[in-house]
Design a protein around this ligand. Structure first.
Ligand SMILES: NC(=O)c1ccc[n+]([C@@H]2O[C@H](COP(=O)([O-])OP(=O)(O)OC[C@H]3O[C@@H](n4cnc5c(N)ncnc54)[C@H](OP(=O)(O)O)[C@@H]3O)[C@@H](O)[C@H]2O)c1
Length: 287
């Protein structure tokens, strides 16, 4: 049977570690992984496309230097976007591809790059409007029975797209953009579905990619004083208050910011505080 593997309460995002951001050396990858372990953040989020198909391999080079690390971590990665870049000369136009052939090839490439023989969670990165759910089901069955992938999930799907795919694939998690900058998931049915169907929700860009809306500045500042912390920490604890059990994927490249994120786990906002932030973020007053 498929099961959703355990994931840490805070997931560590790698998108900005390589060519799409900090351009870390292998030593810096090792340092960030080590710092994450020390904080108890053992789940790392990847995608085949990060760094134009280079970040998985950069991470894998660090992993190769530490024989015991792989068993101590959970690796999430994604497939399904054909992104036009120098490293993929065969792609001429951006497209989504959830064909059996593409998924299997993509996983083999990710395993090789990451220097591992299994992926804990494989996500379809974006909904492919041409998706054949039977074909995706077949691909996932092959990957699971060969031991290459432990469990499956999706990212950026609508609730109805998740319903459709659940007919052939046991989906364990849904990675969504959720933050004070992006509120849709609270009301579009996707977080409700995570609760009703037992999916683990992960929030990407939980700090709005580094820029939260100005409308929440005052209330985040006020609450940060009350809890003796930073506005960023309050923004993370605000997400974690939701009953779906949202796991924020922190995108920092800075060890101090990484360790700040841990403080969010010990802050419990009350309903009034939560709704104050929600109203400031949405620019609406509760009816
Ligand atoms: N599924 C998808 O479609 C999708 C899309 C995008 C991203 N993702 C995943 O989500 C992860 C997170 O996304 P993200 O990087 O946009 O997340 P984010 O955490 O919202 O944004 C990261 C940015 O915020 C800054 N930041 C973080 N903590 C800070 C703090 N305490 N004080 C000041 N600045 C702070 C970082 O700068 P510093 O580095 O200086 O801290 C960085 O520039 C990615 O790594 C990736 O794994 C998934």
């Amino acid at each position: 049977m498929y099961s959703t593997p355990w994931m840490s309460d805070i997931v560590v995002g790698t998108m900005r570690w390589g060519a799409w951001g900090a351009n870390f050396s292998t030593t810096q990858y090792e340092q960030m992984i080590e710092a994450s372990f020390e904080l108890g953040f053992t789940t790392f989020d990847h995608a085949d496309i990060y760094g134009d198909h280079t970040t998985e391999a950069d991470f894998g080079a660090a992993l190769k230097l530490h024989s015991g690390w792989r068993e101590q971590m959970e690796i999430v990665t994604k497939c399904g976007i054909l992104r036009v870049c120098e490293n993929k000369p065969a792609y001429r136009y951006k497209a989504y591809d959830s064909s059996l052939e593409h998924i299997l090839k993509s996983v083999d490439d990710s395993l090789k790059a990451l220097n591992t023989d299994y992926i804990d969670v494989l996500l379809l990165h974006r909904p492919d409007l041409l998706m054949d759910v039977e074909e995706v089901g077949e691909a996932f069955e092959i990957l699971h029975s060969s031991g290459k992938v432990t469990s499956f999930g999706v990212s950026n799907f609508s609730a109805s797209q998740v319903n459709m795919l659940q007919k052939t694939v046991p989906i364990g998690c849904h990675q969504l953009e959720v933050s004070t900058k992006r509120l849709d998931a609270f009301t579009d049915g996707t977080l409700d579905q995570c609760i009703s169907d037992g999916l683990v929700p992960m929030a990407w860009s939980p700090l709005g990619g580094g820029s939260l809306p100005e409308s929440v500045d005052v209330i985040l500042e006020e609450l940060s004083k009350e809890f003796d912390t930073t506005p960023h920490v309050i923004a993370l604890s605000w997400l974690m208050k939701h009953p779906a059990g949202i796991l924020p994927i922190v995108g920092t490249t800075n060890q101090v910011h990484l360790s700040d994120a841990k403080r969010a786990l010990s802050i419990a906002l009350n309903r009034e505080q939560w709704y104050q932030v929600y109203q400031a973020a949405s620019g609406t007053i509760l009816p």
